[in-house]
Ligand binder design. Structure first.
Ligand SMILES: [Zn+2]
Length: 174
């Protein structure tokens, strides 16, 4: 554990507190005396993700988080909504109790969640995840969203117009 202030490694735990499945530790750097906090998370077991090409890689919360953050970039979401969303997906994965999950399983969970959270973020994620071959396929997805409009929560933003779809397609190309 490196001190965030001076980068040295030796620190002393001055307080330790369990919060549900997380342990919070207050530490003091032995070199510069700075105090900082670390959180220890219980991970029941390692989960490996089977990718489309058959390779396996260890499940990474950070990677999932960064993918979802990218999709939600500049969207008007409440503070903490993305972290909460990632927590829920992670919990779902551990609850399933499998040591290996196909990447498509995680992708589907993300799609399902984003559809409820924010339509634009959903389409952005879908366009990368499903690798829409062209703008036509993307529009089809938007149309299928329109069909489900009645199911959207009351606070959901209006569905994107064609211009928005085009700008999202541009976003993907960048
Ligand atoms: Zn230090």
């Amino acid at each position: 554990m490196y001190c965030p202030y001076c980068g040295r490694q030796e620190s002393k735990v001055i307080d330790s507190r369990g919060l549900d499945e997380v342990v919070r530790r207050r530490r003091k750097c032995l070199a510069c005396n700075a105090r900082f906090t670390t959180y220890e998370r219980i991970q029941p077991h390692d989960i490996f993700v089977i990718k489309k090409d058959g390779r396996r890689e260890e499940f990474s919360r950070d990677k999932l988080l960064s993918g979802i953050r990218k999709a939600c970039e500049k969207r008007p979401l409440p503070t903490g909504a993305i972290d909460k969303f990632v927590d829920a997906i992670e919990a779902e994965l551990y609850k399933a109790g499998k040591s290996e999950v196909p990447s498509s399983y995680i992708g589907d969970l993300v799609m399902e969640g984003l559809r409820k959270l924010d339509h634009i973020a959903y389409i952005r994620f879908a366009s990368v995840y499903r690798e829409f071959a062209d703008i036509g396929a993307l529009k089809q997805e938007v149309d299928s969203l329109a069909v489900r409009r009645e199911l959207a929560p009351a606070n959901q933003l209006p569905l994107p117009s064609s211009e928005v779809v085009n700008s999202i397609a541009g976003h993907k190309r960048r």
